[in-house]
Ligand binder design. Structure first.
Ligand code: DC
Length: 228
């Protein structure tokens, strides 16, 4: 039996996790798991249903939700209860609220359950805030991606501009700093570098250089496993 590989990447918003994970998944034919999209989907529904301040209603929703991710043509399509919410989960309203909702331990427990199940199928690249520490502590390769706040802000700003969202550099920076603080400071599963993760600052690199570096690390792992 061939070993099923799990690659886990954590890091703050705008550190390039999604781009790196997608590129790896496409290169190796692995499944791409965007765990942030799951927290975003719950947040979007909570906002739309007017329950974003009602913790027990959010927990109840997280327990009932039918959440599906489909990675197609380089994008993660997100469905909740069979409705597609791919575009809506990236709004600035969701950006502003998602870290608060991600702090709720019961919400995390529900989503981690789904994520682990996906990991059982193997050959997966997962990215988020706790995939190296909580979801897949035994991942074959763990990466902690970082970049400076200025670089991360510019990357996110460019994404918004490409979608014709009107937002300033300062607004994006403020949202990133706020989320970094909540995501790293929360009690349950805070964003932190796992002891055995490779720390990698990609501020000065292009996505292609990022991918090349990570592929070298992955090759090392694959050479040590049953997959060649
Ligand atoms: O990666 P992202 O920006 O799409 O993530 C959105 C938010 O979701 C992030 O600010 C915190 C939360 N999140 C989390 O708490 N745990 C994860 N594994 C992934 C995301």
């Amino acid at each position: 039996m061939l070993k099923k590989i799990i690659i886990a990447i954590d890091g703050p918003a705008g550190s390039g996790k999604s781009t790196a994970a997608k590129n790896i998944a496409q290169k190796l034919g692995f499944t791409y798991l965007d765990t942030g999209a799951m927290y975003r989907a719950i947040t979007f529904l909570a906002l739309r249903n007017g329950i974003a301040e009602d913790i027990s209603a959010i927990i109840d929703m997280a327990r009932r939700i039918n959440l599906k991710l489909r990675f197609e043509n380089g994008i993660t399509r997100v469905f909740v209860n069979d409705e597609e919410v791919t575009g809506q989960i990236r709004s600035s309203e969701v950006n502003a609220k998602v870290s608060d909702i991600s702090k709720i331990p019961e919400v995390r427990a529900e989503l981690v359950k789904i994520q682990k199940k996906l990991g059982d199928e193997g050959n997966i690249v997962a990215e988020g805030r706790d995939v190296t520490t909580v979801v897949f502590p035994n991942a074959d390769l763990k990466v902690f991606l970082t970049a400076t706040i200025d670089v991360r802000t510019k990357r996110r700003l460019r994404e918004f501009q490409e979608k014709n969202f009107s937002i300033t550099y300062d607004e994006v920076k403020e949202n990133l700093e706020k989320r970094d603080k909540i995501d790293s400071g929360r009690e349950v599963s805070p964003l932190r570098k796992a002891e055995d993760a490779i720390e990698f600052d990609n501020s000065a690199l292009t996505p292609e250089q990022d991918l090349d570096y990570l592929l070298v690390k992955i090759k090392d792992v694959l050479n040590k496993s049953d997959i060649k």
